[in-house]
Write a protein that binds this ligand. Structure first.
Ligand code: SAM
Ligand code: SF4
Length: 330
């Protein structure tokens, strides 16, 4: 366990079709949310157990008020080598500088299309320009090596791979194409809409020339590649090439449930332990014991379903919102 993703809110100001396509959602009770002090305490225990990478996510993390306060708390922890945030970028222009000053190391911004009309159709909001402005401001205030996450959906944005790489190059940002996943929340998912890593590579190769794989850390979720002009990009292929056997990620929801796998049905209630007054040692022991017994292979098991692979029904998600990607943190 090296990496912890902390969902700071399940709320979102977009409704991306691949994540939150429904009209109505059941939200976590605001009173159940961990305070910043509680998040910092839990994060600290995780770092004592070996976690060195922490990412804030959600929902949309920038909707949580004064997030820079939490960033500052975690930035004081020397065991954290990489402190990052994934955002849809809408509120980035107004918060990038504060986040930077608070000690955030890195940013990933989700950007699925360069076309405002498509953005609106995908997200139900007409705020594409705000996202682009957010990326600009983030660069200006000193965030280097910004990453751009693009979920590739057949028939929606699969004709923009080359343009997105060019945009990333212009912005000094690295694009990471993500295979469209059947995570909780993706109730409109179908295998036909998934563009596989190999298809992405052959399309890019046809237009841009030979692509060289960069054989790096076996732990990284994204496989990285280099184009003939030196531009580097990544592909996360959890559908066609799941990486369960090297997965080192844990996920904490904003109400303190720890999930050991993105696809897990059950989590461990760390908030209950914390609020019951359990000692740090006790909580650390509970985490260690659960992680050692971990048998999760969510993405591989989904792959093995083949034709029977269907998204989780919206009804199940309403009954148990912890199954939602926007709750457990993407
Ligand atoms: N709201 C923030 C954002 O969109 O960047 C952070 C949370 S979002 C759940 C984190 C990442 O998960 C985003 O990059 C998003 O594109 C990705 N994601 C959401 N649903 C997905 C799906 N069905 N398949 C693949 N990636 C998905
Ligand atoms: Fe889109 Fe992120 Fe919101 Fe999901 S959580 S709807 S991916 S912006």
């Amino acid at each position: 366990m090296r990496s912890l993703r902390i969902s700071v809110t399940d709320r979102c100001n977009l409704r991306c079709q691949y994540c939150m396509p429904e009209e109505e959602y059941v939200w976590l009770n605001r009173h159940e949310l961990l305070t910043y002090e509680e998040i910092a305490e839990i994060a600290d225990i995780f770092t004592q157990l070996g976690v060195e990478k922490i990412r804030f996510t959600g929902g949309e993390p920038l909707l949580r008020r004064d997030l820079d306060i939490l960033v500052r708390l975690l930035a004081q922890n020397d065991r954290i080598r990489d402190l990052a945030l994934t955002t849809n970028g809408i509120l980035l222009a107004s918060s990038a500088e504060r986040l930077r000053r608070a000690g955030l190391h890195r940013l990933t911004v989700s950007l699925d299309t360069l076309r405002p009309d498509r953005f609106r159709a995908l997200t139900r909001k007409n705020v594409h320009a705000q996202v682009l402005e957010g990326i600009e401001v983030a660069r200006r205030v000193g965030f280097e090596k910004i990453k751009l996450n693009t979920v590739v959906v057949r028939g929606f944005n699969d004709d923009e791979l080359v343009d997105l790489i060019a945009f990333g190059k212009e912005m000094g940002a690295e694009v990471r194409f993500i295979e469209y996943m059947d995570v909780g929340g993706a109730t409109r998912w179908s295998m036909e809409q998934v563009v596989s890593r190999s298809e992405m590579l052959s399309r890019l190769e046809r237009q841009l020339g030979p692509i060289e794989p960069l054989n790096e850390s076996e732990w990284a979720p994204a496989d990285r590649y280099m184009l003939p002009d030196g531009t580097v990009f990544g592909i996360i292929s959890s559908i066609t090439q799941p990486f369960c056997c090297t997965c080192d990620r844990a996920r904490l929801t904003s109400d303190g449930i720890w999930f050991l796998c993105l696809y897990a049905q059950e989590g461990v209630d760390l908030k209950r332990l914390l609020r019951a007054g359990a000692s740090r040692e006790h909580i650390a022991a509970a985490i260690m014991s659960a992680w050692r017994q971990r048998t999760d292979r969510g993405a591989e098991q989904r792959k093995a379903l083949r034709e029977q692979r269907t998204p989780l029904p919206a009804e199940d998600l309403r009954k148990n919102p912890h199954l939602e990607m926007h709750t457990r943190g993407g």
